[in-house]
Design a protein around this ligand. Structure first.
Ligand SMILES: *[C@@H]1O[C@H](CO)[C@@H](O)[C@H](O)[C@H]1NC(C)=O
Ligand SMILES: *[C@@H]1O[C@H](CO)[C@@H](O)[C@H](O)[C@H]1NC(C)=O
Ligand SMILES: *[C@@H]1O[C@H](CO)[C@@H](O)[C@H](O)[C@H]1NC(C)=O
Ligand SMILES: *[C@@H]1O[C@H](CO)[C@@H](O)[C@H](O)[C@H]1NC(C)=O
Ligand SMILES: *[C@@H]1O[C@H](CO)[C@@H](O)[C@H](O)[C@H]1NC(C)=O
Ligand SMILES: *[C@@H]1O[C@H](CO)[C@@H](O)[C@H](O)[C@H]1NC(C)=O
Ligand SMILES: *[C@@H]1O[C@H](CO)[C@@H](O)[C@H](O)[C@H]1NC(C)=O
Ligand SMILES: *[C@@H]1O[C@H](CO)[C@@H](O)[C@H](O)[C@H]1NC(C)=O
Length: 908
């Protein structure tokens, strides 16, 4: 049968040659296009009959090179066959065939395109041995079966390989990674299994990779970042698991990224902001969780499509997302996003943009940001208030807390939702957030102080003073030998006074099983280890719901049991917005205990101050001044809470940059709480001795080396502040001698007389203008006062907080007033006057220092810095404090160093 046909074809070729020579000879000569190979001629006819092509497309008796549609020749050889879109004859359709072996005879074939032409059978293994000249192989929608032969990897001149929409099975051969010329690889819509070969990362020239709609498993190869020319990456609709590798962020040519409908979990890596050309980002239908990094989206963003639907995202939607100019589809439905819509009057034209934020936990009123969308679905949230005009009639509004709209939630549901978040649900307006309520302890503390002052009759006080004087003198003598000439307290970690271990476990968050934690952290694998802390190993993990957490594993064989009990005790009693939230615990194992904390996206201060700016190059980007000040204020708020609002006052004892944790908005949450203890002895004693200007009983003997005093925290905080100014945060972790040396070199540059001097120690990576320099100067002054070698002369944390909140008042008020004091002081010594006021005022709030009354008149004209908002969101913190706390800024004033302290430099 075959023989007969080839004979017929051979005859035909002969006839054709004769005919051609005689009639069209000259014409063909000019074109140099005539098919010159008999083998290829035969092969073409074999193809023709197996495919059942019509004469219209491939007519007989003419030269295929010149007359057949879709045949391209060069030098008398077929180099291109394109039957895409052709149709078989009726007869051909009945029994579709494909004489694929005939392709082996085209030894110069560069391109074979049969897309949308049904080709029964599979890709033969010899493709990779014979079609070595092939550059384009397009078999899209050809109903091809079988596996992709690994020999395809031999076709190293291949630039485009399209095999999508077939019924290919088996694994993707890793040899495809040898196709180094490949620009386009499309294996989508098949039945491929196995994982994405890691060899793909060698395809450096690839611009488009589509392996969507298969049944691939495993994870996305992390090396994918090497495909730097990739413009389109589609891995959607598979069964990929694990997380999105951060290296994706290196694909800065990427325009289209689709990872939807897989089993991906974990966080969206922050580094994706490197995708500066991204127009379409689709992460829908996965198990992704956590909150979106606020700076995930690069600006100016080219994004047009963002689909995050059906994941487990939580937290606020980054505000920047609403102002992406070209956005025409934003679908974040079916997540747990929360927060209020921003209220910005962006005048983007109402485009055909589509918004779907349905089935989340948004609340508050509908705002103007909705104005730019022509199709809106906000159903299944907790929006309240009226529906504004710019929301079109066709918007989906059901299942909210809106007024005058049908199908809304019940009032109870709405009220309890708002109440849970500390918001008041107001049926007629926006919710108003309530301040996180100060714990009861704070109030009672204040009450006792007031009570004590009221009741403290003169006689009683005198009696007490005499008694104390006696006691102190005796103690002082006995401890005189222990005087240290060091620059500050030595952090000796002795056992702290106990907080009292009666732990209320109901305040300690959820109870986790060991199994859950194993799962969350990948069996506490090294990949998830954050660091070995002194109170336990910290791991990052992701809970089942996608919530990212930090888990501390405390090995009781190497860590004292008290430490973790103290921490539990602390969390059972204390909850404050400035303290890292404890989400739960697991105590079921005997020798290992676990505490689960909220994940802090920005890590801690020591790791955040400088971060790699991996957008452009490897240069380091440092936190700007405004953020540094915000962090300082936040940390001071936390410490002030511990020192002044808890009874007894709590000492953190581990204040350093790595204990200052930062959430996604750089709000401070204090961590490292395993050292917290109640302040040693009785706070009152210290106050009274200061009031008396007595030599401090505990000055060196006890607080000089003791860490269990608030003044120790203040000292450590001083180091942090100095670190923020100088950029040398790590110095506090260095040895005592180094620390001392550094302070001796640095502190002389901080003086109240000369603002410019501080620029000599200023972090060179900080860009500060004249206004900001005053704030820097103020922080430096505060730092210096905290670093006073004498614990009793360090300012109280609440005054430090006030000073940081009103930095300009520290420098502007005090420089002028000290000048005045200097001029008028009868003893001619400004520092004596200053000391007096400092000591008196530092002793307690209830004692009003005489100097403050003379100061009050000028107080109302003080300027406030615009950056003092303690919560970072609104710069409105300054005004409220101005009148009530006018006198405190002076308490911050550093005293001039004494002889045995660090010497002042010669100024000039
Ligand atoms: C065609 O083949 C001849 C020799 O067979 C060669 O000299 C010429 O370079 C070839 N032309 C092309 C375009 O390959
Ligand atoms: C692949 O392409 C290169 C350059 O275009 C060419 O020199 C080489 O001969 C080709 N290889 C094959 C097997 O055709
Ligand atoms: C693809 O081939 C299978 C048999 O191999 C056949 O059942 C199916 O109908 C074909 N699909 C199309 C679209 O022709
Ligand atoms: C092609 O690849 C196969 C395996 O993938 C290999 O065994 C074979 O030697 C290769 N052939 C050529 C001609 O390179
Ligand atoms: C995908 O693969 C898994 C096992 O690897 C199998 O259970 C599942 O049925 C497959 N799904 C499809 C659509 O083939
Ligand atoms: C949202 O959170 C609730 C619990 O707070 C959980 O039950 C639910 O599954 C979450 N929804 C999504 C889409 O993650
Ligand atoms: C709004 O539309 C006008 C004209 O159609 C156009 O010139 C302008 O750039 C558009 N503005 C925005 C923000 O798209
Ligand atoms: C804020 O909430 C309180 C109740 O918590 C309410 O009395 C007050 O009127 C509310 N203010 C506004 C502006 O809604």
């Amino acid at each position: 049968m075959v023989d007969q046909r080839s004979i017929r074809v051979a005859l035909l070729y002969l006839m054709f040659l004769l005919l051609f020579e005689s009639t069209f000879g000259q014409q063909v000569q000019q074109q140099q296009q005539r098919l010159s190979s008999g083998i290829e001629f035969t092969a073409l006819f074999e193809l023709r009959s197996s495919l059942g092509l019509r004469s219209r497309e491939w007519p007989r008796k003419v030269d295929p090179c010149t007359r057949w549609n879709g045949i391209t020749c060069e030098n008398g050889s077929v180099i291109g066959i394109n039957i895409s879109g052709f149709r078989r004859t009726r007869v051909g359709k009945q029994n579709p065939q494909f004489a694929v072996d005939s392709l082996a005879n085209f030894s110069h074939l560069v391109s074979f395109n049969a897309s949308k032409f049904l080709l029964p059978g599979s890709i033969p293994n010899w493709f990779g041995q014979r079609l070595l000249t092939l550059q384009v192989l397009d078999l899209r929608s050809c109903n091809v079966t079988g596996v992709i032969p690994s020999s395809i990897g031999n076709l190293t001149n291949l630039t485009s390989l399209y095999l999508s929409d077939n019924r290919l099975t088996g694994q993707i051969p890793s040899t495809l990674g040898q196709l180094l010329s490949l620009l386009v690889l499309d294996l989508s819509k098949n039945l491929l299994t196995g994982s994405i070969p890691s060899s793909f990362v060698s395809l450096r020239d690839l611009t488009s990779l589509d392996i969507s709609s298969n049944n691939l498993t495993g994870s996305i190869p992390p090396g994918i970042g090497a495909l730097s020319k990739l413009q389109s990456l589609n891995l959607s609709d598979n069964s990929l698991i694990s997380s999105i590798p951060a290296q994706l962020g290196d694909l800065d040519s990427l325009v289209d990224l689709d990872l939807s409908s897989n089993g991906l979990s974990g966080l969206v890596p922050q580094d994706l902001r490197g995708l500066r050309n991204l127009q379409r980002m689709v992460f829908g239908n996965n198990g992704l969780g956590g909150s979106l990094p606020a700076n995930l989206f690069p600006a100016p963003s080219q994004l047009q499509v963002i689909v995050l639907r059906n994941n487990s995202f939580i937290g606020d939607l980054p505000v920047v997302l609403w102002s992406i100019p070209g956005l025409n589809l934003l679908d974040i439905s079916h997540n747990n996003f929360t927060g209020e819509l921003p209220n910005s009057a962006l005048n983007y034209n109402a485009t055909a943009a589509v918004l779907d934020i349905s089935h989340n936990k948004f609340y508050g009123g509908l705002t103007t940001v909705l104005g730019r969308f022509s199709s809106i679905d906000v159903s299944g949230n907790y929006f309240e208030g009226r529906v504004p005009d710019y929301v079109h009639d066709n918007a989906s509004l059901s299942t909210n807390c809106l007024q005058n709209v049908s199908n809304q939630r019940t009032l109870t549901e709405c009220v309890s939702f708002y109440a849970e978040r500390g918001l008041s649900f107001d049926d007629f307006g926006r919710p108003n957030s309530t301040e996180p309520s100060a714990p009861e302890t704070g109030k009672s503390n204040r009450r006792t102080i007031i009570l004590a002052t009221v009741l403290g009759g003169a006689g009683l006080i005198v009696l007490l003073m005499l008694l104390l004087l006696l006691v102190l003198c005796v103690r002082r003598r006995s401890t005189a030998n222990h005087r240290e000439i060091g620059v500050g307290p030595v952090p000796a970690r002795e056992t702290p006074p106990s907080l009292g271990v009666d732990i209320n476990f109901s305040n300690l968050g959820d109870l986790f099983t060991y199994q859950q934690l194993l799962q969350a952290t990948g069996d506490f694998g090294d990949a998830n280890l954050i660091k070995h802390g002194h109170s336990g190993d910290l791991f990052r993990g992701i809970l089942e719901g996608g919530l990212p957490v930090v888990i501390k594993r405390i090995d009781l064989q190497s860590i004292k049991k008290e430490a973790y009990l103290l921490e539990l005790d602390f969390f059972s009693k204390v909850s404050h917005p400035r303290v890292v939230p404890l989400l739960g615990h697991c105590l079921e194992k005997e020798n290992e205990k676990f505490l689960v904390y909220k994940y802090m996206p920005n890590g801690d201060l020591s790791s955040s101050l400088y971060r790699k700016n991996n957008l452009e190059d490897d240069s380091l980007q440092s936190l700007d001044w405004i953020t540094r000040l915000k962090i300082a204020i936040g940390a001071a708020e936390g410490l002030s809470y511990l020192h002044h609002e808890c009874t007894p006052p709590l000492v953190h004892r581990d204040v350093q940059a790595s204990s200052i944790l930062l959430d996604d908005k750089f709000e401070v949450r204090l961590g490292s709480l395993s050292e917290v203890c109640a302040q040693e002895g009785d706070g009152h004693q210290n106050r009274i001795t200061r009031l008396l200007r007595l030599p401090q009983s505990s000055e060196q003997g006890s607080s000089g080396s003791s860490t269990a005093l608030c003044a120790y925290d203040v000292y450590c905080f001083g180091k942090v502040l100095l670190g923020l100014v100088t950029g040398k945060l790590d110095i506090s972790a260095s040895s005592d001698t180094q620390m001392k040396e550094w302070l001796e070199q640095t502190l002389p540059y901080i003086t109240i007389y000369d603002k410019e001097l501080v620029t000599k120690i200023l972090d060179p990576s900080l860009l500060v203008d004249e206004d900001l320099l005053e704030e820097v100067w103020a922080m430096a002054i505060v730092a210096r006062s905290c670093l006073n070698p004498k614990p009793s002369r360090r300012p109280l944390m609440r005054y430090i907080l006030k000073a940081l909140e009103n930095p300009l008042r520290v420098v502007r008020e005090d420089t002028s007033s000290s000048a005045r004091l200097r001029a008028t002081s009868s003893r001619g010594s400004w520092n004596a006057a200053l000391f007096g006021s400092w000591r008196q005022s530092a002793s307690d709030v209830t004692v009003i220092p005489p100097a403050s009354t003379t100061r009050a008149e000028g107080g109302s004209s003080f300027k406030h810095s615009g950056t003092t908002g303690s919560q970072g969101s609104a710069p409105n913190g300054g005004g409220d404090h101005s009148s009530s706390h006018r006198r405190h800024s002076k308490e911050i004033f550093p005293e001039p160093p004494e002889a045995q302290d660090i010497e002042r430099p010669d100024r000039d």
